[in-house]
Design a protein around this ligand. Sequence first.
Ligand code: PLP
Length: 394
Amino acid sequence: MRRVYLDHNATTPVHPEVYEAMQPFFQNQFGNSSSIHWAGREVRKYVEEARQKVAELLHAAPEEIIFTGGGTESDNMAIKGVVYRWREKGNHIITTQVEHHAVLHTCQFMERMGYEVTFLPVDNYGLIDLELLRRSIRPQTILVSIMLANNETGTILPIKEIGEVTREKGVILHTDAVQAVGKIPINLQDLPVDILSLSGHKLNTPKGIGAQFIRRGTKLFPLLHGGGQEYGLRAGTENIPYIIGLGKACEIVRRDFQQRVSHLRRLRDRLEQGIKDRIPDVVLNGHPTQRLPNTLNMSFVGVEGESLLLNLDLEGIAASSGSACTSGSLEPSHVLLAMGLPPEIAQSAIRFSLGWNNTEGEIDYVLEVLPRIVQRLRDISPLYQRRRHQVERI
Ligand code: PLP
């Protein structure tokens, strides 16, 4: 059976060059980078090179980069680290209703710990109202945490404008850039962000490695206490092979960026247009243009998203009905609901997220298979006729 993987926002395959770069660090280069002897020193040199590569991709300084165990850890570290460090100053956090659970659930936990959290609403595209953000900042606000790009819809939030507001108000801004890194240019020289989280496995490294940008002068407590690794901000002997892998992945992203992005955009647009041309009653979820070049989230009115996913899977096509953490449950996506979609339209959503190694042939295969499946599911859906009228109202 043909296999087509269109779920790169969930995870990506390891790049062969990343895999190759990691190899020596499983065997010969086994030292502990904190050791002062030759074995440690050699490894330390490579870790610092990797740090430099992550920094270069983001236009940051190497000492502003901390390696972590992934996106979830970075998000937790940013939120808990800032909130605990600044608890004397205030107890109020601002985030949005469309964050990944790594941020959303952490903020909900902080609420249970006695902090106050404002979850900003979004419009139909998943964008926030900057004026509302400004008005929501109080003297007790110690952190604003807003994602750079949404994992489900690909909508890109105006983080520069958001940062201008937080700078003016003197509040720390954290952004979850897990989906944005590698897909849109990020220049921290002119982006007023204080802390930025990223994850390796969205960039073709293995799972379980991430990084945190912490702007010089931004103060937060570590999440993990122990040794003094990572400038005292992330204790624990470093995961050397994975750090090397992340460095390599960032180097590749920088090298291939333009080519990758235009390839992704071309294929994504081909898929989007192809679906619109072949299937009636579809709704695009997310911003039409202010969107990651690889992401396409669409609702197929009258069809259960999960059924569509299973049928696509039978044809060898891997997609998603939302974030990977919520698939498997039939709850409509919190992101789509926050964007004002009626639950049944949210439940009929499918996310296709492309990777640099997808081909035109794969997209055409999806365009050949998908209309048939949608038609079949609609034929047996007693609700389709009723639901299609809802599209006109969206
Ligand atoms: N934030 C966003 C926006 C994500 O999409 C993800 C993963 O899907 C995460 C955080 C969590 O990253 P990790 O899987 O590396 O823990």
